[in-house]
Design a protein around this ligand. Structure first.
Ligand SMILES: Cc1cc2nc3c(=O)[nH]c(=O)nc-3n(C[C@H](O)[C@H](O)[C@H](O)COP(=O)(O)OP(=O)(O)OC[C@H]3O[C@@H](n4cnc5c(N)ncnc54)[C@H](O)[C@@H]3O)c2cc1C
Length: 415
């Protein structure tokens, strides 16, 4: 996740005017309890992250399936088969999944009314939610996929509510796009609330802190680099989060001393965290418990789909759609995550020096960035970059090494 996504998903932009005003009243760094925050709104304990490169337990890379015009919902006829597409969700696949599934399955129902059997291709964020949505609408569903979790690309996502992250380019969308996006985002957001409190906390609300020593963090655009590392003119990604600003709490600039973070500015908000490992398992189990069948299968050409027994097909093949459908409008946008061992009680996110960190239950995900949301454009390299991962951990290490222990608890090096 880049700076803009972090700030937008946490409502930071919506709150900046207020925050700048608030900063003028702040004069002291000394107190641990901020005089201007009501006691009931104080930040909870902030568990320092054990930022050591030795604690990286894996490095994952994923390609965002980006389309300039936004996700594809085309309907294709293949002989007797009707195929509804549901791919191309860029950096927003988890966040938009339920709304997108609802849209695609309804479109399928309209395209071929009266069918009770449906095939869903793909078991990533979009395929799993499409399969469950179809089941809930009364279909008998068979899911076909080359890979299933944990091997799908969706398993390598940050796990944040980022519904407009790299979702489309401003100048390539139709006039209806913004309203359709809003419906999908609101629908998904509603569905996510139904997973709160479930065993294993697949979905939860967590606090996010944007930290800065210079200025209150902002979300200016940044130049992009191509695969060769050359900076080019930036792509104008569309940003629509203002349309759903009512869904998440506004960002607050916290008074100095309200948190143990050592930076001059600390902005706080709350957002949704997707604990992707547990959440994917839950979706798969729900599907199977409701009678859904999964078959491991790879389709090399569209003609392969004609061998399926179902006449109605929803295709959720993510980046794989580029090869399967020869759809070159799907552009890979590379993203890497370094995973630190999860820590009890650490369940918050920070954005600091272009580094995004989200402490999830299934790992503490670390993403340093060079050019913000322009990173990774048209880069198909899925090989982990160890130096990039270690660089991110070192940024965190520098931050936490400046942090004072909370509650007077000092660690004795000899203990
Ligand atoms: C680093 C990173 C961080 C991200 N963080 C977030 C985030 O915090 N929040 C968010 O909302 N989004 C995030 N995203 C975006 C999100 O991960 C994607 O939008 C999402 O994973 C796309 O899901 P999908 O189901 O379309 O594709 P995939 O997960 O790739 O699933 C595709 C499925 O189709 C199958 N398939 C493909 N081709 C074929 C074929 N030919 N035959 C048979 N099966 C096939 C695959 O095996 C798989 O089962 C992030 C992306 C990256 C790279």
């Amino acid at each position: 996740m880049d700076r803009r996504s972090f700030l937008q998903s946490t409502g930071a932009l919506a709150g900046l005017g207020v925050l700048n005003g608030c900063a003028k009243h702040v004069t002291t760094q000394a107190s641990t309890i901020a005089p201007t925050l009501p006691f009931y709104d104080l930040p909870g304990p902030i568990v320092p992250i054990r930022a050591d490169v030795d604690r990286i337990f894996r490095i994952t890379v994923c390609l965002r399936p980006f389309r300039a015009a936004g996700p594809c919902f085309d309907v294709e006829k293949l002989g007797t088969k009707t195929v509804v597409m549901n791919y191309g969700h860029g950096g927003s696949g988890w966040s938009l999944s339920w709304g997108s599934a609802d849209y695609a399955v309804r479109k399928a129902a309209e395209a071929l009314p009266g069918q009770r059997d449906i095939a869903v291709i793909g078991a990533g964020a979009l395929g799993l939610t499409a399969a469950l949505t179809a089941q809930r609408m009364g279909y008998t569903v068979t899911l076909y996929a080359k890979e299933r979790p944990p091997y799908v690309r969706s398993a390598r996502a940050t796990g944040s509510w980022t519904p407009d992250s790299r979702i489309a380019l401003q100048n390539a969308v139709t006039p209806a796009f913004a309203a359709d996006w809003e419906s999908m985002a609101r629908f998904s957001f509603g569905m996510y609330q139904s997973y709160l409190g479930a065993a294993g906390s697949p979905i939860e609300w967590t606090d996010r802190y944007a930290l800065s020593d210079d200025d209150p963090p902002s979300a200016k655009g940044s130049p992009r680099a191509n695969a060769a590392g050359e900076v080019e003119t930036s792509h104008e990604f569309i940003h629509l989060n203002n349309r759903i600003a009512d869904l998440t709490p506004k960002n607050q600039l916290l008074p100095p001393g309200a948190t143990p973070f050592p930076t001059k500015y600390v902005q706080r908000s709350s957002s949704l965290t997707f604990n992707v490992a547990g959440y994917s398992k839950q979706l798969l189990q729900e599907f199977q418990i409701a009678g859904g069948r999964i078959e491991t299968r790879e389709f090399h050409t569209p003609a392969d789909l004609t061998s399926l027994p179902q006449s109605l097909i929803v295709c959720c093949t993510g980046y794989g759609s580029r090869a399967l459908w020869g759809d070159e409008s799907v552009v890979p946008v590379r993203g890497q995550i370094a995973w630190l061992i999860p820590q009890e009680g650490a369940n918050y996110g920070i954005y600091y020096k272009r580094l995004n960190m989200l402490a999830r239950r299934d790992g503490i995900v670390i993403q340093p960035s060079v050019h913000g949301e322009q990173d990774g454009w048209n880069d198909t390299n899925e090989e982990p970059d160890r130096a990039e991962a270690e660089g991110g951990v070192k940024i965190l290490q520098e931050l936490y090494s400046r942090m004072k222990p909370q509650g007077g608890r000092q660690r004795n090096a000899s203990v």
